[in-house]
Design a protein around this ligand. Structure first.
Ligand code: ATP
Length: 546
């Protein structure tokens, strides 16, 4: 089905094919199929992760096909995709070794169960044990099936566009309204479950279920205080400090607590004091974990030290945190996302009337003019915050959406989140370390290189980056390597200029790596559109200053 729908460019034809296929499946297979079609493996919030990376798949592919790593990499480069490369090699009839695990005929359920087993392998020797299972799985696959197993494991089928197509197919298959399917997807985050509910005609009953992560609402960037007022003439806006911390969604159902990061990963264990603080509540909160001592925020890198520790308790005295809650999405059995922000704020202060251990509500103000915004902005900077967030008081909480209902104002406009696609070895003290990072931003589906920077990272961070880059390596050119796009860095610079030095058509002047953004994934990196916008702003500012 994946191959068939991929072979047509017509959205309508894809939808028709998928809906017919989904309609013909039994309930259990329907859930699995809808998830696979959208590029997901496990149900949202299950906490399962196959933990299979590119390196491991290359090792398995070499074992299964008997091809040398060089041959594999050559085929990979020709296709630009490991799934396609494996299909080609297996398609030529190459199976070097019989499976160690007896091969059963492949069914959707069989493949899914195997993925579940993979997620369950942990601890010592897990790399080898996973390889054995993967060998079993891949040798019982046809070349075409192998291709999609690999793509699913690498998360390469996950795109926003595909999600929309599967939603539409579910609606068509079971006679549901597309907007009801979309809403259910936003609430559950799991198209498998949505498909089953659609078949049962039960989409109307879907609400937020706590302990399962929801997509975050995101903000657009303002160029100036005036712009906010221009967008909302005459309207009072809610203003809050912009914290330089880690976005966190905190779910509490009595004694049970889960904390999810911006990438919807379960980070509960990192913040024991936040867990303690919300125990006993029955709510879902949105907010920021901030390193905070003596009434003032600490820089972001302090917080990162805690994120990297195996045992976060060790650092909880040295780097204490506060969770600043700025929104509430669910309370006492009721979903609040459709209420206006001003109502949610009121409910939040009823829920948390005063500081509760490490939990605090975020202070907020009502502002109307550009002067007030500028004044509050200065105050936020003086107190050590990153800037301001401005929010429309009448807005619903729009799950998973970036828009102008939330706006951010930062001093340093000129930073960019970019993905590292390659690196070069440093000199002198940094010989043997990959300290010069080549980074890229999205242009549609493609990553375009926009610069290279000698990193401003600490020695520890560079060591970590070097190790991680080697794991992600796909091509070695001696002094330079190319890697799978996984690591996101925040790049500061002075100006964006048009240039043909890089393939993106723009170059950054004086780029420096400001921070590793381990809270972000490659899909969160910025786009060429932002660069074009920054170049335009730089030009405009240039003329203003003349
Ligand atoms: P950035 O790189 O600026 O942190 P982002 O891409 O992570 O941005 P955006 O939605 O564009 O996310 O910007 C808002 C971000 O600012 C949020 O994701 C959140 O982590 C952070 N933030 C800090 N304080 C607030 C606040 N009071 N309200 C909302 N978000 C806040």
């Amino acid at each position: 089905m994946l191959e068939k729908s991929g072979s047509t460019r017509s959205r309508l034809a894809k939808v028709a094919m998928m809906s017919e296929y989904l309609r013909g499946l039994g309930e259990e297979e329907l859930g699995i199929a809808a998830r696979f079609l959208s590029g997901e493996i496990y149900p949202r919030g299950s906490g399962m992760d196959a933990g299979v990376g590119y390196r491991m798949l290359l090792d398995v592919a070499a074992q299964v096909t008997g091809a040398s790593e060089e041959e594999l990499l050559r085929t990979y480069r020709a296709h630009g995709d490991l799934g396609d490369a494996l299909q080609e090699i297996l398609g030529s009839g190459r199976i070097a070794q019989p499976p160690l695990v007896p091969a059963e005929p492949l069914s959707l359920k069989g493949v899914y169960d195997e993925f579940v087993r993979l997620a369950g392998i942990a601890g010592e020797g897990s790399y080898q044990r996973k390889i054995v299972r993967l060998r079993g799985l891949l040798t019982s696959c046809s070349p075409l099936e192998a291709k999609y197993v690999v793509k699913l494991l690498l998360g390469e089928l996950r795109t926003g566009a595909v999600e929309g197509v599967v939603e539409q197919a579910i609606a068509e298959a079971f006679g549901a309204k597309p907007e009801d399917v979309k809403r259910a997807r936003l609430m559950t985050g799991d198209l498998g479950e949505v498909a089953i509910l659609a078949r049962r005609g039960a989409l109307g009953s879907v609400g937020i279920s706590p302990l399962r992560p929801l997509d975050f609402m995101l903000a657009e960037a303002l160029a100036s205080p005036e712009e906010a007022v221009e967008r909302y003439p005459g309207k009072a806006l809610i203003a809050e400090y912009k914290y330089d911390g880690v976005r966190a969604q905190v779910h509490a159902v009595g004694e049970e607590v889960r904390i999810f990061s911006r990438r919807l990963e379960d980070v509960t264990w990192s913040f024991p004091e936040v867990v303690e603080g919300v125990r006993g509540l029955n709510a879902v909160l949105d907010g920021e974990v901030v390193a905070f001592r003596d009434g003032a925020p600490l820089p972001f890198h302090e917080l990162q030290r805690r994120l990297r520790r195996k045992n976060p308790q060790e650092l909880s005295d040295e780097v204490p945190v506060v969770y600043f809650a700025y929104d509430v999405l669910y309370m006492d059995g009721r979903s609040l996302v459709d209420l206006p922000l001003s109502d949610r704020k009121r409910l939040l202060s009823e829920l948390l009337p005063e500081k509760r251990g490490a939990i605090s509500t975020s202070p907020w103000w009502t502002i109307r003019s550009a002067e007030e915004i500028a004044e509050l902005f200065r105050r936020s900077r003086d107190e050590g915050y990153e800037g301001l967030m401005l929010k429309d008081p009448d807005s619903a909480y729009e799950l998973g959406k970036r828009g102008w209902k939330w706006m951010k104002l930062k001093e340093e406009l000129d930073t960019l989140d970019a993905v590292v696609v390659g690196a070069e070895y440093g000199h002198g003290k940094r010989a043997g370390l990959l300290s010069d990072l080549i980074f890229a931003v999205w242009d549609g589906d493609l990553l375009k290189v926009v610069g290279k920077a000698y990193s401003g990272l600490t020695d520890r961070e560079i060591e970590w980056v070097t190790k991680r880059l080697r794991e992600l390596e796909i091509r070695d050119e001696g002094l330079r390597i190319y890697v799978r796009p996984e690591i996101v860095v925040e790049v500061a610079f002075d100006l964006v200029q048009e240039s043909d030095r890089h393939d993106g058509g723009y170059a950054l002047r004086f780029p420096r790596i400001k921070a590793l953004r381990s809270d972000k994934g490659p899909e969160d990196a910025d786009t060429m559109d932002k660069l074009r916008w920054l170049a335009k702003m730089a030009k405009r500012r240039g003329t203003l200053h003349q």
